[in-house]
Design a protein around this ligand. Structure first.
Ligand SMILES: *[C@@H]1O[C@H](CO)[C@@H](O)[C@H](O)[C@H]1NC(C)=O
Ligand SMILES: *[C@@H]1O[C@H](CO)[C@@H](O)[C@H](O)[C@H]1NC(C)=O
Ligand SMILES: *[C@@H]1O[C@H](CO)[C@@H](O)[C@H](O)[C@H]1NC(C)=O
Ligand SMILES: *[C@@H]1O[C@H](CO)[C@@H](O)[C@H](O)[C@H]1NC(C)=O
Ligand SMILES: *[C@@H]1O[C@H](CO)[C@@H](O)[C@H](O)[C@H]1NC(C)=O
Ligand SMILES: *[C@@H]1O[C@H](CO)[C@@H](O)[C@H](O)[C@H]1NC(C)=O
Ligand SMILES: *[C@@H]1O[C@H](CO)[C@@H](O)[C@H](O)[C@H]1NC(C)=O
Ligand SMILES: *[C@@H]1O[C@H](CO)[C@@H](O)[C@H](O)[C@H]1NC(C)=O
Length: 412
């Protein structure tokens, strides 16, 4: 049902009342609700700040002085206005990964549709999160800047009239996990441009913080994240891999992760002890604080599909702290259950992620009601992701051996 308020179309204006009446009639019949949906506005000042995520001060990209940036909180059908100030010394675009830019793809913040925001300038993005729900994130899309930060979470809540397909959680916690280098994006960019590999990352950050000192292999003086929880409560945990190339296994010691949402869709609810999250992916899990709080618990994000003996330093460790905890976490980190050295075993988890097509998404009708199975296939494309390739002396990621090149002028 359309819900718009009449003061957008002032009847006292010079337009004839019959024209107004037919416009009103058209709106009622067509169910247009765009103009009357609420607006939410943010100012994002993107600048370099100093942080020491791995114990050594370095330049990172902050949003409003925060690293990671602040939450962009919206609800289905909201109009989102973000004024982005570029206080960096090079061009910037912010992209809203996973948000579908219905009607206005020139707001999506990537080269090809958008002109970069020059240093010292600002640009106001405006888009509607039409018929969307779920967990997403924003990040810079140019110049390898994401390797230095500039990212932050996006939440699109259900409208009140549409129930979520699980009991209302007692709280929410967001984790932004990702591989991290102590070199900044410009140094990393130069390495790739000269045809060399970046090598093993220096660590994994969780919400911009380095690992808890779980054993002597972790240097002293690193500030780690503590998530505070109450015993018996259930939290919705949103996890985003905002890194540049490392797949990460996410797990919370002694706690199940009940998968409920990914990529803006509710899933069939399935318990996991640990979960592989690839770069760019976002997931929601329900986690019940059902342990006896003998001690704090480890939250771990460790490198996957690499030699984990060699990549030990590429492990993020945060702390889950019950309000009635009896002491710090200690002992070895929990190990992932799935053995990814066996290819078919590594496929078990992704194959268990299924959309719950009977759950309501953003609209009251169930998700997935498009009868895709009845649409005939007319074209088939095969995209092969291969290891990075040297093109004109630079190391580049490719699909089918072809790498993206920024167009000189935007396509639209
Ligand atoms: C997000 O916005 C909704 C209302 O639109 C509000 O109820 C909720 O508390 C907000 N969440 C956060 C984390 O600010
Ligand atoms: C799917 O969603 C429906 C509606 O909310 C819910 O009743 C059902 O339990 C869900 N199914 C699974 C497997 O999660
Ligand atoms: C998932 O595990 C929790 C315990 O952590 C349990 O209470 C719940 O029933 C399980 N849910 C499903 C769908 O298996
Ligand atoms: C708490 O749980 C742990 C792990 O399940 C168990 O080893 C320990 O004995 C329990 N402690 C108490 C006091 O119940
Ligand atoms: C991982 O690296 C270690 C140390 O270099 C080596 O001994 C081991 O064989 C490697 N494991 C695999 C599975 O390649
Ligand atoms: C530190 O922890 C890792 C992972 O749990 C383990 O492989 C390693 O042997 C430990 N190192 C030391 C020095 O205890
Ligand atoms: C799909 O192809 C079949 C066989 O050619 C045809 O009968 C059917 O109408 C097509 N369906 C659609 C939706 O175009
Ligand atoms: C490689 O460099 C040449 C000469 O500058 C240029 O014409 C060509 O487009 C470049 N190729 C790619 C894939 O960038």
């Amino acid at each position: 049902m359309a819900s718009f308020s009449l003061h957008f179309f002032s009847p006292s204006s010079s337009s004839s009342s019959s024209a107004f009446a037919s416009l009103l009639c058209f709106l009622l019949l067509s169910g247009v609700s765009f103009a009357a949906d609420p607006f939410v506005s943010y100012d994002y000042k993107v600048s370099y700040i100093t942080a020491s995520p791995l114990g050594v001060p370095q330049q990172v990209i902050g949003v409003n002085g925060q690293f990671p940036g602040p939450l962009l909180n919206a609800t289905t059908n909201y109009n989102v206005v973000v004024k982005v100030f570029n206080n960096l010394d090079e061009s910037l675009l912010l992209t809203w990964s996973g948000i579908q830019m219905r009607r206005n793809s020139w707001q999506d913040g990537v080269r090809g549709t958008n002109c970069p925001i020059p240093p010292g300038w600002d640009f106001t993005y405006q888009f509607q999160v039409k018929d969307q729900i779920g967990s997403f994130f924003y990040s810079p899309s140019l110049n390898f800047q994401r390797a230095s930060g500039g990212f932050g979470p996006i939440v699109v809540n259900n409208r009140n009239i549409i129930p979520i397909p699980f009991p209302q959680p007692d709280g929410e916690i967001i984790f932004m996990i990702g591989d991290w280098y102590t070199q900044d994006h410009k140094a990393l960019r130069r390495t790739l441009d000269s045809g060399k590999e970046l090598g093993m990352p220096d660590g994994v950050l969780i919400n911009g913080k380095g690992p808890y000192k779980y054993n002597s292999s972790v240097p002293d003086g690193i500030d780690y994240l503590t998530a505070h929880v109450e015993p018996g409560k259930t939290y919705r945990i949103r996890v985003h891999n905002v890194g540049i190339s490392t797949s990460l296994n996410f797990r919370i010691q002694n706690h199940n992760l009940l998968l409920v949402e990914t990529d803006g869709h509710y899933t069939s609810q399935t318990n996991f002890t640990d979960f592989d999250i690839h770069v760019g992916q976002s997931y929601s899990f329900l986690v019940t604080m059902d342990q006896n709080a003998t001690s704090d618990y480890y939250i771990v994000a460790s490198a996957r599909f690499v030699n984990e003996t060699v990549w030990q330093r590429v492990t993020g460790v945060a702390i889950l702290h019950y309000s009635n905890s009896n002491g710090p976490a200690s002992g070895p980190l929990p190990v992932p259950k799935t053995d990814v050295s066996a290819p078919w075993s590594a496929m078990t988890q992704p194959r268990a992620i299924r959309q719950n097509t009977s759950a309501s998404g953003a609209r009251p009708n169930p998700q997935g009601s498009f009868h895709y199975g009845q649409i005939n296939i007319t074209n088939t494309y095969i995209l092969r992701s291969l290891p990075p390739t040297t093109i004109n002396g630079s190391l580049r990621a490719t699909l089918n051996g072809i790498s993206f090149v920024n167009p000189a002028t935007p396509a639209f």
